[in-house]
Structure formats: structure tokens, C-alpha cells
Design a protein around this ligand. Structure first.
Ligand SMILES: [Zn+2]
Length: 327
């Protein structure tokens, strides 16, 4: 990765850490936080490569040529480790952290630095976190732990307080749209819509550019309108949404309801995320009062939380849609 490939909005934070790396004042543990989809993984990887590279360029990016860079590219660098849940959504186990604790104690085999990236860090359970504390309290020299999370509040305070917090920010709309243009061949207003739907996070916006996802969003709004008119029923709609994806369905539902709340809360034309369907949302909004919308939003947030446990998703969605009908 070079400066031209690196997300420009992350550059100030990257440069500041590179300076500390050069002056030998980089902390032993960093907690990399910020909204989902703004480039935390890319940032962590660039930093990990910079720390290991033998001849980084003047901006601090790895050279891609030296032995260390080649080993990283081949996935066989002995001083680099990534700790992730073995299965998506599962925890980072205490055994994984114990192995990490052992690993950082060993002397580095190449450039002298050992780096481990733990992501998503909030997937460590209490036992894993406690096990990591030992390393955070007495970090071996020439070791760097990078904890990546978009939910730092889920980490124990004992972990957070032993890491240097680096919060990454999202780009301005102009910078984000400009960056998206290099990946997605679409008119500017469509790119702005994608960025707004992704709450300003460019990497999320790229995912949303997937036509199937946008089609699901359109279908969902039609389903919600149909429910209001009594043309369909909550059970079959929940089934259909679930077939596409529970998490995508909840994501869009959350975006719709946030926009409905914005529309109901302001007499003027408020900025909304789903700006392409403002009039349809305004019509739906006429049938709700603000208090009920907030109650619906609370239940939606609770559903999102429960989805991370073993609750029955079909029933959770049905409950939400029944609320929608009875509002
Ligand atoms: Zn290199």
C-alpha cells in the first residue's frame, strides 16, 4: 500500500503514529476505534506493515520489496500475527490469547518488531480479556498489539485503560464521494446516496453498491407500505426478509425508522439518508406519531441486540412487523 492507495482521511492519524514509530515512542498497545466501514482494518494493516518493513518510504508505508514485506505478502512472516474469531461472529478464545501471550514473549526473528492485530477485539470474552491483561501490563520490548473495534464500550475498562486509544474519523461527504468514484462507476448523486446510507463510512458504502442489497432495500419499503395497506401479512414478510438476510433487513429497517423520526421531528426539510424516497417516507410518516416511532425504534435496537444471542430471528422479525401494523 502506498500513499495514493491509502484512504486520505486516515492519513493524519497514520502520519502521527509513523512519527512516533520513527522516534521510538510508539506505545506497546493501541486501541483502534471508529465507526464500522471507515477503514480501521486497512489502517491496522498499513501500520503493521510499516512497523515490520526494513525500508519504509518517506510517508512511512512499507516498501513491498524487502524480505519482511515479501514474507507478509506470502502470509508467512514469523513476527506478525492476526487474532480473529475462528468462525465469524464467535468469540476470541482464551486459548488464542494464551498462544498470543507466549508468542510476544519470544524474540523477534526478523526486523526486531513483533506485531499482533486482534480484531474485532470486543469478541474477546472475560477470560480472554483477563488473559491479555498480563501482556498489556508487562509488554515485552519491541512488541506492538493493535486492538481493532467499532464497539470499544464492550471491552473491559481494564483493557481500554492499558491501550493508547486512536479514534479514526469518517471523511467529509466530498472526500468520501471522491474516493468512492475510484471504485464505483456511478453518477455523483448516487455515490452521495450510498455514502449517506452507509452513515458516511466509505467501505460500507462500497458494500451497499451491491445491487442485490439495494434491491432488498426497495423491496422492504414496498413491503412496509403493503403492510400498512393490509395487502400482506407480517409472518410471510418476516420469512421473506429472513431468507435474504436478517442483518441486512435490520440494517435497512433501522435506516428507514431513523429517517421517519427525522421527518417527524422537523417542520422543515431535514436531511435524511434515504433521500431518493423522501416522499414515500413522508406518506408513511403521516400514519405514525413520534412517540410510537421511538418505541418502535427501541424494540428494533433490542432486536438487533437479541440477534447476537440465540433468539429465534423469525419471531423477532414478526414481532417488529406486528408492531408496525398496529403502531
Ligand atoms: Zn519493506
Amino acid at each position: 500500500m502506498s500513499v495514493s492507495e491509502f484512504p486520505s482521511w486516515l492519513m493524519p492519524s497514520f502520519s502521527s503514529l509513523v512519527q512516533r514509530l520513527c522516534s521510538g515512542t510508539l506505545p506497546h498497545a493501541l486501541l483502534l476505534t471508529g465507526q464500522k466501514g471507515i477503514g480501521k482494518q486497512r489502517f491496522a494493516e498499513a501500520l503493521m506493515r510499516a512497523v515490520c518493513c526494513e525500508e519504509p518510504d518517506k510517508e512511512g508505508f512499507a516498501c513491498q520489496q524487502c524480505r519482511s514485506c515479501q514474507l507478509i505478502n506470502a502470509g508467512s512472516h514469523p513476527d506478525v500475527k492476526s487474532i480473529n474469531p475462528v468462525e465469524t461472529g464467535k468469540i476470541i478464545s482464551i486459548d488464542q490469547i494464551r498462544a498470543l501471550n507466549q508468542y510476544v514473549l519470544l524474540k523477534a526473528q526478523l526486523s526486531g518488531n513483533k506485531v499482533a492485530v486482534i480484531s474485532p477485539a470486543e469478541k474477546m470474552n472475560i477470560a480472554s480479556s483477563n488473559s491479555l491483561l498480563k501482556t498489556l501490563e508487562e509488554p515485552p520490548a519491541h512488541s506492538l498489539l493493535i486492538l481493532v473495534t467499532d464497539r470499544p464500550a464492550m471491552l473491559p475498562a481494564t483493557i481500554r485503560s492499558r491501550c493508547q486509544n486512536i479514534t479514526l474519523s469518517k471523511p467529509s461527504v466530498d472526500v468520501g464521494t471522491q474516493w468512492l468514484k475510484t471504485y464505483i462507476d456511478s453518477p455523483k448523486d448516487h455515490l452521495e446516496l450510498l455514502l449517506a446510507l452507509a452513515d458516511g463510512a466509505p467501505f460500507e458504502a462500497i458494500k451497499l453498491a451491491d445491487n442485490e442489497l439495494l434491491k432488498h432495500r426497495d423491496k422492504m419499503l414496498s413491503d412496509l407500505e403493503g403492510l400498512i395497506r393490509g395487502q400482506n401479512d407480517p409472518v410471510s414478510i418476516a420469512e421473506a426478509w429472513l431468507k435474504v438476510s436478517m442483518s441486512d433487513s435490520l440494517y435497512w429497517l433501522q435506516r428507514w425508522v431513523e429517517d421517519l423520526i427525522r421527518l417527524k421531528s422537523s417542520e422543515n426539510l431535514p436531511d435524511i439518508k434515504n433521500s431518493d424516497v423522501r416522499e414515500r417516507l413522508q406518506r408513511v410518516g403521516l400514519l405514525w406519531n413520534l412517540k410510537s416511532l421511538f418505541s418502535f425504534y427501541d424494540q428494533l435496537c433490542e432486536t438487533i441486540r437479541l440477534c447476537e444471542t440465540s433468539c429465534n430471528p423469525q419471531m423477532l422479525l414478526e414481532d417488529l412487523l406486528i408492531f408496525w401494523v398496529n403502531r
